[in-house]
Structures are given as C-alpha cells and as structure tokens.
Ligand binder design. Structure first.
Ligand code: G3P
Ligand code: CA
Length: 282
C-alpha cells in the first residue's frame, strides 16, 4: 500500500509508535516494512524509464516503480525524465538540426524511433521510449506505480491528461487502488492539487527538495497523503510531524545501503532508489 494512512489510524500509529517529549515529537519506531520504490525503474542497472528498467524492478521485487510523465507533440503521455532528450537518447544523431530537443516537440512516432538505451550500455541498444500506457500494461498486477507529473515548465494540463489516461484504462484504477498500488506525486503544488481534485481517490504526494515549514505541512495535510522530501532534508522530527498530521513520507533518491538503513530506522515510509535490490534482497 502506498502510504495512504486514514487520518484516525495515523493518529493511533503515532500514539503507539512515536515518542512525544516536552520538546515535541521525535523519531517514530523503525519501520521494517518500508516501501521500496524503484526510481525511474531499476535505473542503477538499466537505462532509466525504459521497459528494461521496469522489468528489472519487477524482478527485484520492488513494491513500486517511479516514472516521469511528459507529453509528446501529438498528445501522448510518455515516460521520460529530462525536459530535453540529448542526455539519454540519440536524438541529435537521428534528428539533426532540430531547433529543440524537448520531448514535447516530437510526435510519438518520432520519439519511438529514438534509442534510449545505448547511452547506458551497448547491450541496451534500441531500447525505446515508452508511453504511460505501456508502463501501465507492464506493471499492472505485478508492482505498484508512482507517477510523477513532470516539472518541465512548458507543460499545461498534464494532471488532466494523466487522470484521463488512468481512468481510461479499463479496470486499472479500481484494481490498483484496491491493491494499494498507485500513487501520483509532483514538485509542483498546483499540479498535485489539480490532480487531487480530479482523482481524489488516488494517493497524492508533494515532492520537496527543501524541508517544509510547519505551516506548509499543516496546509498540505488538508489534502495530501505524502510529503516526499529529498533524503538529506529528512530527519526524525520532520517524519514524526508528517505522521502526526496523517501523512507519509517517501524519501529520495537513496542509493547507499547504510543510508537506506538509517532512514528506515528513522521511520520513513518509503525509499525511492535506483537500486531496489539493496532493500529487497534477503
Ligand atoms: O521520486 C523522486 C524523484 O524522482 C524526484 O526527482 O528529478 O529524479 O524526478 P527526479
Ligand atoms: Ca521522478
């Protein structure tokens, strides 16, 4: 289940597991059941956001796969991280002289001609960019999906398109929600809130590279389920407050096993990592 804690239950959990001191709440009890979230798939061992990275995450028993949702020129939602494609594809060779290499300036047919694997390793040559629909088919019934609405500034309407895509996949929403296998997150407060208005039943998280203020946390707790902070700004007091307010926290991006253990013992709910096998291997 991806971190939707019913408010009264959350309060009970904090009462049982947290420690209240005169100085305020401190660390919750260690959480042995930390949710393991494969960042862009198992992107430490396969090219990020490709079918291969997602297949590796499923094989490694990650609880969730995290993806980055953008939109092609002709309106298809695709899974790609950077706003432009030079770093992880051969776009400059295949489409020389184009004025922009933004994902949103290419049709799906053009995006599907790109090699999104060779930059990582020649053994992945020809690995294509995939759509969000492809991702849903690949993860459905196998693992959870944590979809990030891209922060690339030139987009409008990704929350609406993502909600329509999820709703439009017959049976998927009900099935994923029943199994606790779906969540959406964004760095953009407006996008996260908009998505929440459209599909309030889907757990929604705000990504934050900074430590949120208490006032921000209280405001978020009115509608958000998760506060997903960068791991270095996450500490026991923050986690205790997030939990006290009935929310959860999936921290990112944590690749060092010692740091994973430390954060798990601090009480994080989920760890977003390029190497999920570090947490799932027994
Ligand atoms: O899921 C957290 C993480 O994905 C946020 O950063 O830049 O990798 O999308 P980024
Ligand atoms: Ca992301």
């Amino acid at each position: 289940m991806l971190n939707r804690i019913a408010r009264p239950v959350a309060a009970l959990l904090i009462t049982c597991a947290g420690v209240l001191t005169a100085a305020g709440p401190v660390a919750a009890e260690p959480n042995p059941d930390v949710t393991v979230i494969a960042h862009r798939g198992s992107s430490g061992i396969a090219p990020e956001n490709t079918r291969a990275a997602i297949a590796a995450a499923i094989k490694q028993r990650a609880d969730f796969v995290e993806i980055d949702v953008q939109r092609s020129k002709d309106g298809h939602l695709v899974n790609f991280h950077d706003c432009t494609m030079e770093r992880t594809t051969d776009v400059e060779q295949r489409f020389p002289g184009r004025p922009s290499y933004r994902v949103s300036d290419f049709t799906l047919a053009e995006l599907q001609q790109l090699d999104a694997g060779s930059w990582f390793d020649e053994s992945y040559a020809g690995e294509p960019i995939i759509t969000v629909a492809d991702v849903v088919s690949q993860v459905r019934g196998r693992t959870g999906l944590l979809a990030e609405i891209s922060p690339c500034e030139h987009y409008d309407g990704i929350p609406e398109d993502l909600a329509a895509e999820l709703r439009g996949t017959p049976g998927y929403l009900d099935e994923a929600l029943a199994d606790g296998q779906l969540g959406v997150q964004s760095f953009e407060l407006d996008d996260a809130q908009r998505f929440h208005e459209l599909l309030p039943e889907v757990p929604i998280g705000l990504l934050d590279a900074q430590r949120p203020t208490d006032a921000e946390l209280v405001a978020l707790s009115e509608w958000a389920d998760q506060v997903n902070t960068e791991s270095s700004v996450t500490d026991a007091a923050l986690l205790a407050r997030v939990h006290e307010l009935g929310m959860a926290s999936n921290v990112w991006t944590v690749n060092e096993p010692g740091r994973m253990r430390q954060l798990r013992d601090l009480g994080v709910d989920g760890i977003i990592t390029d190497f999920p096998q570090s947490l799932t291997q027994r």
